[in-house]
Write a protein that binds this ligand. Structure first.
Ligand code: VLP
Length: 138
């Protein structure tokens, strides 16, 4: 059973995604498409470095970072903003603060009951997603 964030994951629930996207300023037409997607995550970790790939039939988004090291993030294909991002551990939670035009923006990942949990937050809106593990075992 996966005790780490690493592996392949598939979304099984997505609460308040629309309000999160509205907070990001995503257009109604794009929100309509995004709302129907089953998002997948592939998370790779090498010591303090993470690669988080979010994929779908519509668009993909990859972010690479080192824990504790601020980096420039461009949310290409999402809301297309330039951010200063910083990821840190707080207990078993991986927390990203995304500083930029939008206040109180970021996300938190953790494992609970063998599921990958994700809270995406922006300007007071919180979207809660849960992913099941779909890593191939052999
Ligand atoms: C934008 C909302 C369609 C929706 C418009 C595009 C690839 C934590 C973090 C690592 C994210 C992903 C946020 C996804 C929703 C943005 C959707 C295309 C999806 O993940 O895992 O980057 O911030």
């Amino acid at each position: 059973m996966p005790a780490s964030l690493s592996g392949k994951w598939e979304m099984i629930s997505n609460v308040n995604f629309d309000n999160y996207m509205i907070a990001l300023g995503i257009s109604a037409s794009l929100r309509k498409i995004a709302a129907k997607l089953t998002l997948k995550k592939k998370i790779e970790r090498q010591e303090d470095q993470f690669i988080v790939k979010t994929t779908s039939t519509f668009r993909n988004y990859t972010v690479t970072f080192k824990v504790g090291q601020e980096f420039n993030e461009f949310t290409k294909g999402l809301d297309n903003r330039h951010l200063k991002s910083l990821v840190r551990w707080e207990g078993n939670k991986l927390i990203c603060e995304q500083t930029g035009e939008k206040k109180n923006r970021g996300w938190t990942h953790w494992i609970e009951d063998d599921k990958l949990h994700l809270e995406l937050f922006c300007e007071g809106q919180v979207c809660k997603q849960v992913y099941k593990n779909v890593s191939k075992t052999r």
